[in-house]
Design a protein around this ligand. Structure first.
Ligand code: ATP
Length: 355
C-alpha cells in the first residue's frame, strides 16, 4: 500500500511559515497534483513527504505507517527533480542501472530490470547510446527510468517538465500519465501550470500561502471552487466576479446589481449579507439582447473557434467566451445573461463560496 497521508503538517523556516498545518490523504494509485503559484509551499510539502525536509510539527504516514522521522533513503519513494542530472560519462544503460548498482543488486537482475524499464519507456533502442547526444525528451525518459527501475512505492515529481518547450511538455504530460496508468504507483506531481494539472490529475490540491484551499477531482475544483482564489487561479481567462453589497436569502431567484436583476444560485445557508461576489466563468456568459445587464464592448481577442470579448458593465468588466462567428464591434452595447446553475456566489470578505 502506498497511501500517503499528511496530518497537520506545518513547516517554518526561521519564523517564516511555508506550510500552515495541512491535512491530506492521497489514495494508493492516485495521480495527485499540487498546484499553486511560486512560493505557495508546494515544493516544501513534497520535500517533507520525501523526507528531505523535517516538518516543524505534524505527521507523515506512508501506507498507514508513521515515517515522519524516517530518513529519505529508507522511505522507498522516488523523487524526480526538474533538473535531471544524468551521468554524462555513462551510457543510457549505465544511468538507469545506477540506483540498482548502489543497492548491490545481482548483475543478471540489473540487466533484466533495466531492459524492462527501457521497454516501458520506449527507449530500449537507445540503451547503449551515450546520454550526451540524446534529445531533451529522451533525457527526460532516462531520468524517469532511473526512478522507475527501483520499483518505489510512490513517485514525487517537482515540475519535471519545467525545462521543456510547450509543445514537448504537452507530449510528455501524455506520456507521464500513460506511464502512471501502466505502473499504478501513487504519484505526487508539483506544478504551477493549471493546464498540466487539469490534463493529468485524478485529484488536485490548490495551494495559496502555505494553505491547501481546496482539493478534489479537476472538474469539481473548476466547476465548484471553494474560494475566490481557486476560482481565479483556474480557467483562462479566469472566473469573472460581479461585486455587490447586499443580502441574499435562500430561495431568492434574483439579485439587483446596479439596477439590473441578475440570477443568483441557491444558497447553502439561510441568508448571506455584506460584500458579496457573483462568479461566472467566461464560457457561461451569453450575449442576449433581452438581458437586463448591459454593457459596452471594450475589445475582442480572436481564439480560432471562439473569441474572448471584454464588456464593461456598471457592475464591472466581464469577459465572455463566445463563438468567433458572432460579429462584435468595439463600443457596441450588448446584453449579457447567465443561467443561475452556472453561477457561484462568494462572501467577498472571506473569499469563501456560499454555495
Ligand atoms: P516554487 O515553485 O517557486 O518552488 P513553491 O510553491 O514550491 O514555489 P516552496 O519552494 O515550497 O514554494 O517555498 C515556500 C516558501 O518557503 C517560499 O517563500 C520560500 O522562499 C520559503 N522557503 C523554502 N525553502 C526555504 C529554506 N530552506 N529556507 C528559508 N525559506 C525557504
Amino acid at each position: 500500500m502506498a497511501e500517503i497521508r499528511i496530518e497537520n503538517v506545518r513547516k517554518e523556516f526561521a519564523g517564516f511559515v511555508a506550510v500552515q498545518g495541512s491535512t491530506l490523504t492521497i489514495d494508493d494509485g492516485t495521480f495527485f497534483v499540487m498546484l499553486g503559484p511560486s512560493g505557495c509551499g508546494k515544493t516544501t510539502t513534497l520535500r517533507m513527504i520525501a523526507g528531505l525536509e523535517l516538518p516543524t510539527s505534524g505527521r507523515i504516514l506512508l501506507g498507514g505507517e508513521d515515517v515522519t522521522m524516517r530518513r529519505a533513503a529508507a522511505r522507498d519513494i522516488a523523487f524526480v527533480f526538474q533538473m535531471y542530472a544524468l551521468y554524462p560519462h555513462m551510457d543510457v544503460r549505465g544511468n538507469i542501472a545506477f540506483p540498482l548498482r548502489c543497492q548491490s543488486v545481482p548483475r543478471a537482475e540489473i540487466r533484466r530490470r533495466v531492459e524492462e524499464t527501457a521497454r516501458l519507456l520506449r527507449i530500449d533502442g537507445l540503451l547503449d547510446r551515450p546520454v550526451s547526444g540524446l534529445s531533451g525528451g529522451d533525457r527526460q525518459r532516462v531520468a524517469l527510468g532511473r526512478a522507475i527501475v527501483r520499483q518505489p512505492k510512490a513517485f514525487l515529481m517537482d515540475e519535471p517538465l519545467g525545462a521543456l518547450d510547450s509543445e514537448f511538455r504537452h507530449l510528455m504530460c501524455g506520456e507521464l500519465r500513460d506511464l502512471h496508468d501502466r505502473l499504478g504507483a501513487t504519484t505526487v506531481y508539483v506544478t504551477h501550470d493549471q493546464l498540466e494539472a487539469m490534463s493529468m490529475a485524478d485529484r488536485i490540491a490548490v495551494m495559496n500561502h502555505g494553505v491547501i484551499e481546496q482539493h478534489g477531482p479537476p472538474q469539481e475544483i473548476y466547476d465548484r471552487p471553494a474560494t475566490m482564489y481557486v476560482a481565479d487561479f483556474l480557467g483562462s481567462p479566469p472566473m469573472n466576479f460581479l461585486s455587490f453589497h447586499g443580502a441574499v436569502r435562500r430561495g431568492d431567484r434574483r439579485v439587483v446589481i446596479d439596477e439590473a436583476a441578475i440570477p443568483v444560485p441557491e444558497l447553502h445557508e439561510e441568508r448571506a449579507e455584506g460584500p458579496l461576489a457573483l462568479g461566472v466563468r467566461p464560457e457561461h456568459v451569453r450575449f442576449d439582447d433581452a438581458a437586463a445587464l448591459r454593457g459596452a464592448v471594450l475589445g475582442a481577442e480572436y481564439m480560432g473557434t471562439t473569441q474572448i470579448v471584454t464588456v464593461t458593465t456598471a457592475a464591472g468588466a466581464l469577459k465572455a467566451r463566445i463563438p468567433a462567428s458572432r460579429r462584435v464591434r468595439t463600443g457596441e452595447t450588448v446584453g449579457l445573461s447567465f443561467r443561475a446553475a452556472s453561477l457561484a456566489l462568494f462572501d467577498a470578505a472571506s473569499g469563501r463560496a456560499l454555495r
